[in-house]
Design a protein around this ligand. Structure first.
Ligand code: LLP
Length: 447
């Protein structure tokens, strides 16, 4: 039993703990009681760059890349750029030895403009527009992940030299996540169901095309997966499929890409993927499955997106209003919301938030953080403990917002998207500037 159990009122004065599971490693309180990330006070960033602003800790991104290199020394780690792609991020991950997965000509352009070697780029997508395929092949992307029968013909027709390809397979593994991110099950838009005639047909077609170099199979079983078991199962099923392709089509594939989906903690206590355990289960299932089918060990690739950048990101908002509804909730409205973080509305995601401009030591209240957009569903976080004397103008920080925030952002209600400001060793650097009213008006050419 702790003192707080005996005197619950003590809790009200307990300042929020900055849990290293959800904040960048270099997060502290400075001597003035303000939160600092990467050696910079978040309140200073809010003053200098305005709010809302996405803060991104460069060292945290690099550390996460290094963790993958450390625990999967023989595998290729391919950063899934859809989580967050800017030129600087592309540069950092490439410098740390990662390849990059892109799913559009836009993402490809960002990666190439950061001088990422095109041979280290993997192109994804269940529907790749003709022009984008042409651009990707023309720029020499290393691998294209084929996702439909018609695409096989198209890529083969467009390639002037043999194009390395992977075939996307759904291994029929259900990780029971949110329906929007359950990509391992058979009946959905991605890939070819394992064991299906369509998969056989796809293999047959690829093998017949001299312009395609059939490197291997790909699967991506879902998102926010903290359990390692489904990855072991994916390895077993995919190796069995590769052995079958060898036996029936006479090709021995060398590459197995296991996709991404490794969970991070958004709030204290959330489960996250344990990388050493994941490495062990992949190794063990590979050994066993390859021995069972007499199949040569393929090169493994992993495609983490969220696990590389989520925890490196912190979003800053300013409090606009604090409203206490009689017999209802306390709404703290901030100057951002569903446009910079649509994950709450889309997936029911849950976040924590703390005051960043001071170290609150007085009593706390439970509040709902509301966005400023014109929808009742524009809520950023519920049941958040904030100081009772919270005032308009104070800075709130929401941790673990590096992945699928900026990349999913919109300019709904005519509000420009926030900037991304990188922090490192006490310095800031703007990576993406704020979208201005002028930017928004420039697209409106109809007058
Ligand atoms: N590889 C493929 C083929 C993918 O489709 C994805 C994610 C990844 C890798 C990376 O997954 P990660 O490691 O980041 O979970 N907007 C949703 C997530 C959508 C994921 C789409 N594909 C969210 O905010 O939770």
């Amino acid at each position: 039993m702790t003192l707080a159990d005996i005197f619950p009122s003590l809790l009200s004065g307990t300042p929020p703990r900055l849990d290293s599971a959800i904040w960048p490693r270099e997060t502290h309180y400075d001597e003035e009681g303000r939160i600092t990330v990467g050696g910079v006070a978040l309140a200073d960033i809010a003053d200098q760059y305005g709010t809302p602003t996405y803060v991104l800790d460069e060292n945290e991104v690099r550390d996460r890349c290094r963790a993958y290199r450390k625990y999967f020394p023989e595998a290729e780690t391919i950063y899934a750029g859809k989580a967050l792609l800017t030129r600087a991020v592309a540069e950092w991950v490439a410098e740390e030895g990662l390849s990059i997965d892109v799913c559009s000509a836009g993402e490809l352009a960002v990666a190439l403009s950061a001088w990422v070697d095109p041979r280290r780029v993997v192109l994804h997508g269940n529907g790749k527009p003709f022009g984008e395929l042409e651009t990707a092949i023309g720029s020499g992307v290393g691998r294209i992940v084929l996702d439909s029968l018609s695409e096989i013909t198209l890529v083969s027709a467009l390639a002037t030299t043999p194009q390395r390809v992977l075939l996307r397979v759904t291994p029929d593994i259900d990780v029971h996540g949110h329906p929007a991110v359950r990509t391992g099950v058979a009946d959905q838009k991605f890939g070819f169901p394992i064991g299906s005639h369509m998969l056989d047909e796809a293999v047959e077609r690829i093998v017949r095309q001299p312009n395609l170099e059939f490197a291997g199979l790909h699967c991506h079983i879902g998102s926010q997966i903290s359990d390692t078991f489904p990855y072991g199962e994916a390895v077993r099923r995919m190796i069995a499929a590769m052995a079958r392709i060898r036996d029936e089509h006479g090709v021995t594939l060398t590459d197995l890409d296991l996709g991404g989906g490794h969970a991070v903690a958004y709030r204290s206590g959330d489960a996250e993927m344990n990388l050493p355990e994941l490495a062990d289960i992949i190794e063990d299932s590979l050994d066993a499955a390859c021995a069972r089918h007499g199949f040569p060990r393929p090169r493994i690739a992993l495609e983490p997106g969220r696990a590389i950048v989520a925890r490196a990101g912190v979003t800053l908002y300013r409090v606009l209003t604090v409203k206490h509804i009689d017999d209802g909730q306390t709404y703290v409205t901030v100057d951002g919301g569903m446009c910079d973080n649509p994950r709450v509305a889309l997936y029911g995601a849950r976040y924590d938030a703390v005051v960043a401009n001071r170290h609150p030591t007085g009593p706390h209240m439970t509040a709902t953080i509301a966005g400023r957009y014109c929808e009742a569903g524009d809520i950023l976080a519920r049941d958040v403990r904030l100081p009772v004397d919270l005032r308009p103008g104070e800075v709130l920080a929401v941790p673990c917002t590096g992945a699928y925030h900026h990349s999913l952002a919109s300019s709904y209600n005519g509000v420009g998207r926030p900037p991304i400001v990188a922090v490192r060793e006490g310095h800031t650097r703007e990576l993406v500037r704020r979208e201005t009213l002028e930017d928004l008006m420039r697209r409106d050419v109809g007058r």
